[in-house]
Structures are given as C-alpha cells and as structure tokens.
Ligand binder design. Structure first.
Ligand code: CU
Length: 138
C-alpha cells in the first residue's frame, strides 16, 4: 500500500520529465529590446550585458500580441564607426534556431568595450525588414 502511494506521487514527475520536449533554459536578463513595425526584438543573456570577447545570448522575436514570430532567414551583426585612429569594426553574430519558435541562440565576438550598433535583418511571413538597436559592451 505504501509503495503504491509512492509510485502515484512520483509518476507524474517522471512522465513529464521524459515526455515533454526539450525545455529551453531561462532567457536570462534583458540586454536590449526594441519594437519596429510590429516586431518586438529582445536580446538577453545570463549577465544582462555583452562583453569584450566571446558572448552568448538569446534573441527573442515576437509580434505585438506577444506571439513568437518564426523567421525564414535572419542575420545579426554589431558594428562601430571608425573613431580617430580606431578603424571601423564589425562582428557578425552566429544564430541557431531552438525548439521554441522565435527564439534563437547566438554567439558573437566583440573586439572591444563600448557602444555597438546592432542590426538585425529578417525575412519573415510578413515580409523582410531591418531592426536596429544599441548595446553597450562592458
Ligand atoms: Cu571600436
């Protein structure tokens, strides 16, 4: 009788652990967000900011109703204008889809701290577009 009760209590946890699709980790702390032409873009990672050197982040794309937006193609790069003796800098992010629609995992290597212009280009169900936002690498 006691064993039966134990199995009934454990059962649901075991089942949900095995049967559910891969659960994405927490998106972390938001680094930047913007909204252009009905597309909400949010960038986050565990630190809440990007740093000089290699970075990991999560990119979240939603419509104004908060529904995930599935994109056909998407690119993201960070650039910085030339300043004095410092040349123009550009870093392309590498993005991979996840099991969750509209959520991408990304990596980017930033050459230095400071203000970077971020440019996201996409081709989605409602056409193509470009979104720009600023991040401050620390
Ligand atoms: Cu620079």
């Amino acid at each position: 009788m006691k064993i039966m009760l134990l199995l009934i209590m454990i059962g649901p946890f075991v089942l949900s652990g095995c049967g559910s699709p891969t659960v994405e980790g927490p998106k972390g702390i938001q680094i930047a967000s913007t909204s252009v032409n009905g597309l909400n873009v949010a960038l986050s990672n565990s630190k809440g900011y990007l740093s000089e050197g290699p970075n990991e982040f999560v990119l979240d794309l939603r419509n104004q109703q908060g529904k995930a937006v599935e994109m056909g193609a998407i690119t993201l790069f960070f650039d910085m204008p030339a300043m004095g003796s410092m040349p123009y800098m550009k870093s392309e992010a590498s993005l991979t889809t996840t099991s969750a629609p509209g959520i991408y995992r990304g990596t980017v290597n930033l050459e230095m701290k400071g203000t970077w212009q971020s440019k996201l280009s996409y081709q989605g169900p409602d056409g193509s577009g470009e979104v720009e936002f600023i991040i401050n690498a620390r």
